[in-house]
Design a protein around this ligand. Sequence first.
Ligand code: AMP
Ligand code: GLY
Length: 434
Amino acid sequence: MTKNQKTEELKKILIIGSGGRENSIAWALSKNQSIEQIYVCPGNGGTANFKKCICLKPKSEEAQTIIEESQLLGINLVIIGPEVPLSEGLADKMREAGLTVFGPGKDGAQLEASKEWSKDLMIENNIPTAQYWSAKSKEEALEILRRFNQPLVVKADGLAAGKGVTVCETIEESKEAIKDIFSGKFGSAGNKVILEEKIEGPEVSIFALCDGERLIVLPPAQDHKRLLNGDNGPNTGGMGAYAPALLINEQDLQDLTELVLTPTLKGLKKKNINYIGVIYAGLMLTSSGPKVIEFNCRFGDPECQALMPLMGEELASVLFACAQGQIENAPKLTFNSECSACIVAASKGYPESPQKGDKVEIDVESNSSLQIFHAGTTIDKFDNIITSGGRVLSVVAQGESFDKAFNLAYSNLKKINFNGMHFREDIGYQVRDI
Ligand code: AMP
Ligand code: GLY
């Protein structure tokens, strides 16, 4: 089959998810001329703002229903955005039904769904990471803490919506975090705990698109996990991001590919895992070299929103080729050389108990250098946009410098309003003058 035939075959895409990540992927893919329709299931209040994009509301949330509806619609490519359906094996079920899917199966998703599993993979493949211990009971964990006699980072083993990690300043805090996990704070995600040596340094995220055998490395990005200016307050899913992250240059990225991404893919292969999807490595650049602090099995949110506007329109064909295990059939993925800035607007009470149901006023439209990506929004029966989650939307802008990109994003954020809206004013402080 030739390249052109493949591109022509890709007409209908289904994206699973409802966040800003999925909204930005839909926007980026809609730029490809040969795509006829992009369904986002369930999507959000901003899905239909982009040409060719519509929400798919299946009759039920059962995998089987979504599969049947995909088949009826003639979907050529399914992209699964969030970690939960990936870790539950949605990609496996869809592939078994004959669909072409970008996203790892349940086995590969363990990279994110079990911290112990991913730590073991790092050790087996000499991928640098913080020293760690795992414990199955409170007593075992407290004994490790007693022996180590220093504050340790405490992590629930399983998926905990970005909230399962406590970076402790004191031994007492580590004890409390251990007790919280074993008292069921994170449900079954906390049946096991990982205790980690605390490491220090700036953080940066790197990403690769994989077809099972080979990978394409994307520009690095930087997230801002803390809720408040100055990297204060509780951890969140992410309050803003920018790309490319200047902390690492092209040579560093090549070195990190050899040090982290390639060994990860090889390690997965050794376990007979055909990993198709994104490998996301969250790194800390410590004084003794880069170390992996986490792997994710999907695009980051909000890193994805910053990255998508930098992708050439070949992205759709590249994801399709990856999903078919044939990266070599894809056109070369090009990247816009601009700076991209993303700021998240969150609702009152986020991350603990986000307020929902407020009307969102948006007096600005997306264009080629400015995008409004919705996340926690829905449309009510009067066609109003209403908040429905913690991270409500993000404003993303591109420019020839980070100063220009952030100024454009922040000035347009002023044209958006909802009750209790809050955002960080210092996103990108690492790369701009503030
Ligand atoms: P995670 O949910 O795994 O991304 O962790 C959340 C945040 O906790 C990371 O972005 C880091 O800032 C911090 N963190 C995780 N592991 C460590 C560690 N071993 N030492 C210091 N900070 C850490
Ligand atoms: N922004 C971090 C994540 O997606 O896990």
